[in-house]
Each structure stands twice: as structure tokens, then as C-alpha cells.
Design a protein. Structure first.
Length: 158
């Protein structure tokens, strides 16, 4: 028998058994019964620590703000409240003008086209030049080096 005929026979068996249902006993399972999932998932019981109780007793303002926290505590299990975001960095006037030019030029062209205004040549040139100038200014000011506070190894920040 050639290797090709063996392979053809295996493919014929696979195709012939394609629509057959797999009926296995628990004895034929490739894993032990201890790894099977239970029919009902286990319940998690979370107890409050003593430290949290002491902190709640020390700060009566929290109780006034939260209202009935003990009765609705189970409903909010796993609810994540992110911390407030840091303030946006301050930008200088050059960057603000570049962003205004980048979006202002095309916005002027779009509004004038939508309203059917007749544009003179210098107005069209100014809007396109503002867009290109704003883009170039932002790219030039972007910088191509690593930030100053990146450390000595330039590795990933976690």
C-alpha cells in the first residue's frame, strides 16, 4: 500500500463519519470527572473586613452621601467607579492657533459650499493654506524623540 492510498482511506473515513453524532460514555471522556463543571455554579460570599467597618463608623459624611448602602450593597457588587481623570495639559498659543487653522480652514470651505457662497480666489487660497500650515505646525512641534521622563531603558510603562 502506498502512503497516498492510506491518506485517501483516512479521508474517506473522515468524510463518511462527518454527519455521525458523537455518543460517548463518561468513561470515554478524555478528562477526569473532577474537571467537569457543576450544573449550578457555586455562590460567592463576600464578608466585609473589620477595617472597612471601622472606616465607615469614623466618617459619618460617607453614610449621609451613600444613603442606604447596606440594603443595595449586593446590587453594586463588581461595579467599578474610575477615579477622576487628570486635568488636560496646558497648551500654548501657537498650538491653539495651529489646531484652529487645521480645522478652521476646511470648516470655512464646507460652510461656504453648503450655503452656496461665492468664494474669491484669495479666500480659497487662505483656507487651504491655513489647513496645510496648521498641519505642518502641529507635526513640526510634535517632536520625534522620547519624552523627557521616560527613564533610561525606554521600556513599557505599566
Amino acid at each position: 500500500m502506498t502512503p497516498q492510498s492510506d491518506e485517501d482511506e483516512v479521508w474517506r473515513q473522515i468524510v463518511a463519519s462527518f454527519n455521525d453524532t458523537a455518543e460517548r460514555d463518561s468513561a470515554d471522556q478524555p478528562w477526569p470527572d473532577s474537571e467537569n463543571l457543576p450544573a449550578e455554579p457555586p455562590r460567592r460570599v463576600i464578608k466585609q473586613s473589620d477595617e472597612e467597618d471601622l472606616l465607615r463608623e469614623d466618617d459619618p459624611a460617607d453614610e449621609a452621601e451613600t444613603g442606604t448602602e447596606q440594603s443595595g450593597g449586593e446590587d453594586e457588587e463588581g461595579h467599578y467607579v474610575p477615579p477622576p481623570p487628570p486635568p488636560l495639559p496646558k497648551t500654548d498659543a501657537t498650538t491653539k492657533i495651529a489646531w484652529l487653522a487645521l480645522f478652521g480652514g476646511p470648516a470655512y470651505l464646507l460652510i461656504s459650499a453648503a450655503l452656496g457662497w461665492n468664494l474669491q480666489g484669495w479666500m480659497l487660497f487662505t483656507a487651504v493654506a491655513a489647513f496645510i500650515g496648521g498641519f505642518v505646525a502641529l507635526v513640526v512641534r510634535m517632536g520625534d524623540g522620547p519624552p523627557n521622563d521616560s527613564g533610561w531603558d525606554d521600556g513599557a510603562v505599566i
